[in-house]
Design a protein around this ligand. Sequence first.
Ligand code: GDG
Length: 469
Amino acid sequence: RRAAVSPDDGPPLVVISNRMPDAAPSGDARTRNVGGLVAALEPALAARGGLWLGWSGRARAGQHRDLAIDRSVVPARASFDFEPRWHELYYNGFANRSLWPLFHSLPERARYADDEWAAYVEVNEVFAEAASRVTSRNGTIWAHDYHLLLVGAALRRRGFTGRLGHFLHIPFPPLDLLETMPWAPEIVSALLAFDLLGFHTRRFAANFLACARELAGAERIAEDALRVQGRVVRARAFPLGIDPAPFESPEDDEGVDEELAQLRTAMGDRQLVLGVDRLDYTKGIPQRLEAFARMLELHPALRGQVSMIQVAVPSRSDVPEYAAQRAAIEALVGHINGTLGEAHWVPVRYVYRSYGRTHLARLYREADVALVTPLRDGMNLVAKEFVAAQDANDPGVLLLSHFAGAAEEMRAAALCTNPYHRDGMANDLARALAMSLEERRARHAELLAMVHRTTSASWADAFLSALEG
Ligand code: GDG
């Protein structure tokens, strides 16, 4: 453990994220940290001798200046403990009850509290302070996601002159919505302290560029660039992909084999429709369940012929909106099964848990249709994982929301649907279930080529070469 490094002796690259890989506080089984992002960033960091800075996952009063640095692991890690009040005010509060809903274009779910904003400012300062202790003045820093929108400006105030990049994993909203946030001008101005801003889609980058002009007086000097106070700031799409290998050829696992055999027996000849999401109101799970039920009403011949499995991975369960969403989903599943089911047929199987990656990959492959129908999503990696997991000779169909970032790349080959239109989604699902083998193969081949083209590794390389170049 070392308290600091000298200004010229830091690692060439520092990645900052709120959460460190494998530091999940209890009660929140959010699994993204074991997923594609870590897999993408760890090799990029390791190759550059870089360091990962984040929250330790623990809360202890008065300890946040105590930076624990571990250089014995690759990549090296630095972490600090949160003040206990930050979890409620900064994390559950401003990050997850203000920024998360607003940035997903759900302003009626957002609420704005001055003490939560103050905590958000404070925590971003603390991250900047920690980062300035582990980097050299001219190093490269890459910050991630909506928790750290202010960290670039806070680093510049501390005299950091190196390259600063930010990648936003969630959508960036249009101006009309962003303006409902009382601190929108402060947030946009702070983002302009970065040299490069990355988004999943061109649409989100364009939203940002428009907000920067309107709210911070930045001048548009190129399709992807702004001038602000004599500096150039670029904003571009860098769509995140996956590492397809573990989904194409999952590891052998006897436990999973047995589970899958039991599932096949239970399903018999029925077709399987699958949804896998963190339990989050942005994922549109109730709307999807309603559409599935509606399909059974509109197409009674499908009754008894198809079952849906919805995996809802526990997430942010101490935020009241998430507890309410869970209750709504559970009531809806009960209602659908009670009104449409038979003693010998359960329309919807609902599981509130997380699965290991091998299990997930096998489940994807088993499905005839994946319902990836968020109301709004930054990218949605489940869509790409599902494609990678299919049997190319007999692939399942991806039914994808227009409002997932993934639709920008997958629109032409996936079957796209509007989760706000229940009858439309019901009919799109019926169409997916009836799709010919020939059409399924053609669509899948195109999607698979795309999943191979943009992977998590190529994403990290593209962002870092744009930042460093
Ligand atoms: C945010 C943005 C953006 C799911 N269930 C289990 C499990 N997962 C894994 C999936 C996938 C990941 O979690 C979920 O990623 P998504 O992209 O679908 O969604 P978010 O969690 O909302 O992630 C999103 C992403 O950041 C990256 O930038 O795409 O738009 O909202 O990898 O496989 N993993 C395991 N067990 C599960 O039960 N092990």
